[in-house]
Design a protein. Structure first.
Length: 150
């Protein structure tokens, strides 16, 4: 059965499209569908931030075809996993969620227990795209292990 994974951040132009690109490649060949969305509406229809595209490209991930969208109620019944980048994303998702969602909500770094932090920092203002990509790669391997062990 297909497992559907949605990555969520604030704008859907930095962290979650990076996670979508990384996880799509890591999960290639598995019966897994991957998407990303933002809790905010500001960037709907826009490609990822040029800094996110450039950093991902250095490691061979092509984020350029992705376009931002906003998370919606339907997502909670379509996806099996909705993975937030930080606690603010997670509390926004919990507020939006229907009573009995299909999706399991989690923080991405739940799947990288060896990292010293629990949230992926927002690179839009901090401009720390290489660090963010490394964290996302590490957690993506953990998430894939979790899905495949189910
Ligand atoms: P993201 O980063 O949530 O990782 O996509 C941000 C993108 C845009 C803004 C904030 C965070 N913004 O304020 O426009």
């Amino acid at each position: 059965m297909t497992t559907r994974v949605l990555f969520v951040c604030l704008g859907n132009i930095c962290r979650s499209p990076t996670a979508e690109g990384v996880f799509t490649r890591i999960a290639a060949g598995q019966d897994i569908e991957v998407d990303s969305a933002g809790t905010a509406s500001w960037h709907i229809g826009n490609p990822p931030d040029s800094r996110a595209i450039a950093e991902a490209a250095r490691k061979g991930y092509d984020l350029s075809p992705l376009r931002a969208r906003q998370v919606n109620q339907n997502d909670f019944n379509v996806f099996d996993y909705i993975i937030a980048m930080d606690n603010s994303n997670l509390s926004n998702l919990e507020r939006l969620a229907p009573k009995q969602p299909r999706a399991r909500l989690a923080l991405l770094l739940d799947y990288a227990p060896d990292l010293p932090v629990r949230e992926v920092p927002d690179p839009y203002f901090e401009d720390n795209f290489p660090e963010v990509l490394d964290m996302i790669e590490q957690a993506s391997h953990g998430l894939l292990r979790e899905i495949l062990s189910e």
